[in-house]
Design a protein around this ligand. Structure first.
Ligand code: AHR
Length: 660
């Protein structure tokens, strides 16, 4: 009898549960268009740039010659002497650091005109040469003993064929820049450049450079256009630069110093890149910073992209994972002065000391800098103390400047809690939080900001990426599973746009042959590039930003993972469109109706972009760059109802026009 009652009870419970479940299923998701919750900042979705994985030199910065000024620790790294049977050859000379930031140059000496002598540059894991493309070859040269030597350039393709050539004959006098343009006859992703020297005498050379003509906006000596185009397509709200840990340096001496990255190219001091030695499993001995892409170029890029510039400066603390050096408080002044001078460089009148540098570089108009970051991933009391010193001095002179600070490398734990408490007490304006975590963390944390203090600081989700294995694991892949989890998490960022005002995935770029850190948003080789699944998630968010958050409720609750569903909604007041983002992170198809609570009529014709893939392990690649990429279709709204069919593991974005 007791068994029978027990069985009956179980049946009743199951019945009640299934009735509840089916009641939930028929309940539509409701979007209250007339009750916006908060404005969405124009800066909401942006870009984090760091020179890691050959992102600048060997990547975005289109220079093809590696170690063009012989300033790497090994002066001939990247170079090879060919036909070294010549009686005399090459000497590395040093003018002395007191003279210049670019002390080294090479002297080619020849006494026998019959012998062949050449200097070969391997490029950044080869040189990507396009067929029929114009190239600009330039160098600084000086004849030491004459009359003169002819320099014959040859681009050599994989099969040993000459795929491009040019000649330069330096004239008499002191150091001069020479340039010759030529067109390649064939293409090759891994060509090399050989300079043959003909005649006798001694010739000094420096700043040996080769650029393609098709740089972004056709600026000579500029940026790789395919890579900038991928950034432009994101329509980013801000550009954070130059990092990342590169800001801090392994030690203080190798911190990023913006003043050494502006002005004439040959006066920018080449320095080791901190990612050169960071990971024993990914050593990159040929990774240096030429600063051909320096602070002027970052500001210019931000302007080109229509993004707010967000420079991050050293706060007098080297990377705490490395040397952890800190500058004593009574010696912090030059670091703060760098920040004040940077504001003048960006915004100051052309008559000011640093405004003049900007104008001389070709940009008399200000860059309109509004935000500045103090330190990258710092932690502990020593950070708070230094941050406060920066705030005092900067606010005194530039009260309108918004300062960005951070809570260290983790989104929780004792360093995080300490920093968060202190920064709240100090009324910090924008606080940078970083999360590199498994995809499960991202799914679980879609509610992270639902209960954040509405009267405290604003959040900059400054570095995030789901890790398929574990953080800094070289096996990490940009899987669809990771990207989908990020999309789910980002519904929580969008829903809380009253607290969260800037967000960026990190890192941004990686060269397929020269990376140190994975996963990354965009991958490239010497000629091609592609956006990852994560890139398309970012793009769907930033291209469908909207201007106000709308309530989107299911059974009176936000969609934060019930039955694997995540969602957020926005209104774009500029275009009068309702934008819905829905993530189905489950393995089954979900049919779900959505009701739009809106006074006006909506257009029956809506657009739907769907990002999905056959397997959650799918990744984009050079061979299959769009395996996971959004597909757009037209969608019919029935009255004010949407009958959504959400494929398993998919991300859908609906845009519905409200009629006038
Ligand atoms: O994005 C890679 C690194 O991760 C950044 O340099 C640093 O800020 C973080 O630890």
């Amino acid at each position: 009898m007791a068994r029978k009652i027990g069985f009956l009870l179980i049946l009743i419970v199951e019945l009640v549960f299934s009735v509840q479940l089916s009641a939930q299923k028929v309940e539509p998701i409701v979007v209250s268009v007339e009750k916006p919750i908060a404005p969405i900042q124009s800066t909401m979705w942006g870009i984090f740039f760091e020179d890691i994985n050959f992102a600048a030199d060997g990547g975005l910065y289109a220079e093809l010659v590696k170690n063009r000024s012989f300033e790497f620790a090994k002066p001939l790294l990247g170079w090879k002497i060919v036909k070294a049977d010549a009686t005399e050859g090459l000497l590395v000379l040093n003018r002395g650091e007191s003279e210049t930031n670019n002390p080294r140059y090479v002297r080619i000496s020849r006494t026998n005109a019959e012998e062949k002598f050449g200097l070969e540059n391997e490029g950044f894991r080869g040189m990507g040469i396009k067929k029929g493309m114009k190239y600009h070859f330039s160098l600084l040269a000086r004849i030491q003993t004459g009359p003169s030597m002819k320099i014959r350039l040859e681009l050599i393709g994989g099969e040993g064929a000459v795929i491009g050539s040019a000649e330069v004959v330096p004239g008499p006098g002191d150091w001069k820049r020479y340039q010759v343009d030529f067109t390649s006859v064939e293409g090759d992703p891994k060509a090399k450049m050989v300079l043959w020297f003909e005649g006798v005498g001694a010739l000094d050379l420096d700043m040996i450079s080769l650029f393609p003509d098709d740089t972004w906006k056709n600026r000579q000596g500029g940026l790789r256009s395919d890579l900038v185009q991928l950034l432009a397509d994101l329509k980013p709200g801000f550009l954070r630069f130059p990092g990342g840990c590169i800001v801090e340096g392994y030690e203080l001496a190798t911190r990023y110093q913006w003043k050494k990255t502006v002005g004439k190219l040959e006066e920018r001091k080449t320095m080791i890149n901190r990612w050169n030695t960071e990971f024993k499993h990914r050593p990159t001995p040929d990774y240096y910073q030429s600063f051909g892409m320096g602070f002027f170029e970052y500001f210019q890029l931000a302007e080109d992209l229509g993004a707010e510039p967000l420079p991050i400066l050293s706060c007098g603390m080297a990377c705490q994972f490395n040397s952890a050096e800190v500058v004593p408080m009574d010696q912090l002044e030059p670091y703060i002065q760098d920040a004040l001078d940077l504001i003048e460089f960006a915004n100051g009148p052309v008559e000011s000391q640093w405004g003049k540098v900007r104008a001389n570089m070709g940009h008399p108009a200000p860059f309109n800098l509004k935000m500045l970051g103090v330190g990258n991933e710092q932690w502990g009391a020593q950070y708070i103390e230094r941050y406060q010193a920066f705030v005092r001095k900067i606010k005194e002179k530039y009260p309108q400047m918004t300062l960005v600070t951070g809570t260290g490398p983790s989104p929780d734990g004792k360093f995080f809690d300490f920093a968060a408490g202190e920064l709240k007490r100090l009324h910090a304006e924008i606080v940078d939080e970083h999360y590199y975590a498994p995809s499960e963390w991202f799914l679980k944390n879609a509610t992270r900001y639902d209960h954040y203090d509405r009267n405290g600081y604003k959040i900059f989700a400054g570095e995030y990426a789901a890790q398929s294995k574990s953080t800094v694991n070289p096996e990490n892949k940009n899987t669809w599973k990771c990207a989908l989890a990020e999309a789910a998490f980002m519904t929580g960022l969008e829903r809380n746009a009253d607290v969260v005002s800037l967000c960026s995935y990190a890192p941004l770029f990686a060269h397929v042959d020269a990376w140190q850190w994975t996963p990354d948003l965009i991958w490239f080789d010497n000629l091609k590039s592609f956006g990852t699944a994560n890139y398309y998630v970012q793009k769907l968010y930033s291209n469908n930003k909207g201007s106000q958050v709308l309530p989107m409720l299911w059974n009176r609750e936000p969609l934060t993972g019930q039955d694997g569903l995540y969602g957020s909604a926005a209104m774009d007041q500029r275009t009068d469109e309702i934008i819905l983002k829905l993530i189905n992170a489950s393995n089954k198809e979900v049919k779900q109706s959505i009701r739009l609570d809106v006074r006006k009529q909506v257009s029956p014709k809506a657009t739907l972009s769907v990002l999905k893939s056959n397997s959650t392990e799918d990744v984009n690649s050079l061979e299959q760059p769009k395996l996971v990429a959004p597909v757009e279709q037209v969608f019919t709204v029935q009255g004010k109802m949407i009958k959504a069919v959400l494929a398993p593991n998919s991300f859908s974005v609906y845009r519905i026009k409200v009629k006038k």
